[in-house]
Design a protein around this ligand. Sequence first.
Ligand code: URP
Ligand code: ZN
Ligand code: ZN
Ligand code: ZN
Length: 495
Amino acid sequence: MADILIVNGTVVNDDREFKSDVLIQKGIITQIAPSIKPIEGIKVVDATDKLLIPGGIDTHTHFQLPFMGTVSVDDFDIGTQAAVAGGTTFIIDFVIPTKGQSLLEAYDQWRKWADEKVNCDYSLHMAVTWWSEQVSKEMEILVKERGVNSFKVFMAYKNSFMVTDEEMYHIFKRCKELGAIGQVHAENGDLVFEGQKKMLEMGINGPEGHELSRPEDLEAEATNRAITIANRVNTPVYIVHVMSIGAAEVIARHRKDGRRVYGEPIAAGLGVDGTHMWNHDWRHAAAYVMGPPIRPDPRTKEVLMDYLANGDLDCVGTDNCTFCAEQKALGKDDFTKIPNGVNGVEDRMSIVWENGVNKGKLTHSQFVRATSSEAARIFNVYPRKGRIDIGSDGDIVLWDPKASKTISKDTHHHAVDFNIFEGIKVTGIATTTIVAGNIVWNDNKLSTKKGSGTFVPRKPFGPVFNGIAQRDIVRNELLRKVDREPYTGPVIKLN
Ligand code: URP
Ligand code: ZN
Ligand code: ZN
Ligand code: ZN
């Protein structure tokens, strides 16, 4: 929790942009004004020609996740180092209990893993992989006592994480009672399962079989189903990793109809396309395997960015879940065994800037909304996070819109041995990252302190719940019984 004065910068929030100095004291922003006089001994940082943006928020990471028989290699230490090196200062990871496991037990495990290692603040979503009275009770404890206000269900991963529509309905109802947002991995898990069998029967056992077994319409169908179920409950729902044009169109259509749905594109989907899975080098192809698949349709990344710009998609995550070559090789003869996941947490901000701002699709403020502010609002940590304002956390990035770099596994800060954005040149990078008033990234060098980040508890009934109760009243008024005389005629006999 340090003091620092940033001078000569241009502050960019999601609603306006203005020249100003910014003072951070004890880790909190205490003054925003032109020409702040430095207090004696304070560290002064010059931000001439730089934009000062709220630290990025990655809504979707899986650090050291036990998954598909192995564990993702970016742990909470390396993962948050990579985050701050790219201008992200707050991550929300997913606790994923196994079917039948106590949610509280899994939560404690994740807290232990993360608290010892994080280099920036973090929070936790909870996956609900099974349903029972116990799960329902534990959800309440998590919301009221453990700072969780978002619960994710998987419609895919049959026989492990997948829940049924009926379970999803009950989980969403519970979310609504507790004021927590429902999140969905939307793919038709039964059809994915059948598709996988079909590809293997046809002898298609390489990484291309991954996409071929779970094409776009399986994602679009599940997205539609999840939104429909959430709407029956009248509760807000958030679709994680929107990977296809079809799924984005479904979300946009439901929003037009006034449904309370939020969509999260990820860096991978905005930055590359899925044709890499057809690469002749097995290792290269396998590196791009994640679920839902990065789509081979080359228009996808453009269209997803357009939806982000017009607001039908909300905030950008990464689904950072990295596996090295020898881990991916668990599926060398069978693509269904390739651990699913790609990198993103380090490159997310620059990928969005390059494909959004540099393409003339996003304004500076829209960039801030998509990479930080909107996530803070949806997950109810705004304006503590997601804004440069008095009283907000001193998490600020000095963004140089003119500086460039070429992304590479040889220079990235991940533990993984591959980068899906390899060779992409981005203009617009984080030159300095400040976490709670401490410089943790500057001049291409990290100076993080392992375990220095803190867990940020999130309260229920955030802005996404505004108007939901009123909507219930209005809808219930339409549910009226018709008064009529009882039927007195004959009735057939059933045997
Ligand atoms: O491929 C992925 N997405 N791996 C992480 C687990 C998930 O589905 O989010
Ligand atoms: Zn997922
Ligand atoms: Zn390739
Ligand atoms: Zn994920």
